[in-house]
Design a protein around this ligand. Structure first.
Ligand SMILES: NC(=O)c1ccc[n+]([C@@H]2O[C@H](COP(=O)([O-])OP(=O)(O)OC[C@H]3O[C@@H](n4cnc5c(N)ncnc54)[C@H](OP(=O)(O)O)[C@@H]3O)[C@@H](O)[C@H]2O)c1
Length: 336
C-alpha cells in the first residue's frame, strides 16, 4: 500500500469529533477503498483542555489554527471551524497557497469565497472539496458533479435546512405556532440559540448557491438568491395548506430560464403527492432534473456528527485516490 494521506484537522466540535471517530471506526475499510491509510497527524481548536470524548494525545496539537496550512508532513487540511471569513478563510487561502489540498464543510465560506478558492486550487493543481457543505451526509455534490455530469440540468431544488424542516413538520403534525416550536427545537438542540441564519433562509441560500454553481456551471452567486424564511408562518397557514392538499416546506430552488439562472429560497406549497411533502423532521432532500437521466431524488441526514463526517471523509478518500478535478464540476474559466 502507498504512503498514508496525512491530514491536519482544524475544528474539533460536532463535525471534527465525528471525523476522528469515523476514521477510527472504519480505518481498515477506508484504507482498502482509498488504496492507502488516511491518518490525522495534527489538530487544532480554540480550547486545548476541553474534553471532546476522543483521544487527542496521539496527534500534534497546534495552537495557531491557521498555521496548520504549513504543518510539516500534512498533505491536506480539513477545516471544520465555520464562518464565512475569519480563521476559516485565512486557513483556506494559506493552505491552497501552500499547494495543499483543502476539505471543508463550511457552506458560508464556499458560498461567499468559493470562486476565489477554486481558482487558487486549480492554479496550484490541488483539490478543494466541500461535499459536507451542502445537505450534510447526502452525496449531492458528487451526484451532480460526477453521476449526472453528462446532463443538462433544468432545475435543482430541495429541503436544505433541517432546522426549518423540523419546525415546519412539528407545526404541521401538532398544529402549533412557529415561536412555540422554535423554542422546543432550541431546547432539543435542533436549533441554534441564534437561529436567524436557519429560520431566515440564509443557510439554505448558502447551500443553494453552491448547488446551483455545480448544477448549472455558473459562478457561485449568493447575492443573487432571493431569500425569505419561515419566521412569519402561522399554524393556521399550514392547516389551510393541508386542507387544500399541500404541505409547506422551505425550499431552495435554482432554475435555468431565458434570462439566466433564477435562484430563490422561500416557503413553498408542495403538493401532497410530491416526494418532498413526505420529507419530515430534520431530514434534507434534493431533487435534480436532468435532460437524459430525468428526475433524481437525494434524501438523508443533512446534519449531525456522523452524516457530516461521512461526507468529509468521502472527500478525503477522493483525494487519497488522486481524484482532484475542478471544484465546481468545470474549470473556473468555463463557469458563466
Ligand atoms: N454540525 C453539523 O451538523 C454540520 C453539518 C454540515 C456542515 N457543518 C459545518 O461544519 C463546520 C463545523 O461545524 P460544527 O457543528 O462542528 O461546529 P462546532 O461544533 O461549533 O465546532 C467548531 C470547532 O471550531 C473551533 N473553533 C471555533 N472558532 C475557532 C477559532 N477562532 N480558531 C480555532 N478554532 C476555532 C471550536 O473550538 P473549541 O471546541 O475549542 O471551542 C470547535 O472545535 C461549520 O462550517 C458548519 O457549518 C456542520
Amino acid at each position: 500500500m502507498s504512503e498514508p494521506l496525512r491530514v491536519a484537522l482544524a475544528g474539533l466540535g460536532t463535525v471534527g469529533g465525528g471525523v476522528i471517530r469515523l476514521l477510527d471506526a472504519n480505518r481498515e475499510l477506508i484504507a482498502r477503498r482509498a488504496g492507502r491509510e488516511i491518518e490525522i497527524v495534527a489538530v487544532s481548536a480554540r480550547d486545548r483542555g476541553k474534553d471532546r470524548g476522543v483521544d487527542l494525545s496521539r496527534f500534534v496539537w497546534v495552537d495557531d489554527t491557521t498555521a496548520l496550512a504549513k504543518q510539516p508532513g500534512a498533505d491536506v487540511v480539513v477545516e471544520l471551524i465555520g464562518g464565512s471569513d475569519g480563521p476559516a478563510l485565512t486557513l483556506a487561502r494559506s493552505t491552497l497557497g501552500a499547494g495543499r489540498s483543502f476539505v471543508t464543510a463550511n457552506k458560508a465560506m464556499i458560498a461567499h469565497h468559493g470562486l476565489e478558492l477554486a481558482q487558487a486550487a486549480e492554479g496550484a493543481g490541488v483539490a478543494l472539496k466541500f461535499e459536507a457543505a451542502v445537505a450534510g451526509g447526502i452525496p449531492v455534490i458528487k451526484g451532480l458533479r460526477e453521476g449526472a455530469a453528462a446532463n443538462e440540468i433544468a432545475r435543482v431544488y430541495g429541503i436544505l435546512n433541517g432546522t426549518c424542516n423540523f419546525i415546519l413538520s412539528k407545526m404541521e403534525s401538532e398544529g402549533r405556532d412557529f415561536a412555540e416550536v422554535l423554542a422546543e427545537a432550541q431546547a432539543l438542540g435542533f436549533a441554534e440559540s441564534d437561529p436567524s441564519f436557519d429560520i431566515d433562509g440564509v443557510d439554505a441560500a448558502h447551500k443553494l448557491s453552491i448547488l446551483a454553481a455545480v448544477a448549472f456551471g455558473t459562478q457561485p452567486a449568493f447575492d443573487d438568491v432571493a431569500i425569505s424564511g419561515i419566521r412569519r408562518l402561522l399554524g393556521a397557514d399550514i392547516a389551510e395548506a393541508a386542507a387544500l392538499g399541500y404541505r409547506v416546506r422551505l425550499l431552495g430552488l435554482a432554475e435555468a430560464g431565458t434570462d439566466g439562472l433564477f435562484q430563490r429560497v422561500h416557503p413553498h406549497l408542495v403538493p401532497i403527492d410530491h416526494p418532498l411533502a413526505h420529507v419530515t423532521g430534520s431530514l434534507n432532500a434534493v431533487v435534480a432534473e436532468g435532460n437524459f437521466v430525468g428526475r433524481l431524488l437525494f434524501q438523508g441526514a443533512g446534519a449531525g456528527d456522523g452524516p457530516t463526517a461521512s461526507a468529509v471523509v468521502a472527500d478525503l478518500i477522493d483525494i487519497a485516490r488522486g481524484e482532484f478535478g475542478p471544484p465546481f464540476a468545470m474549470p473556473v474559466v468555463s463557469l458563466t
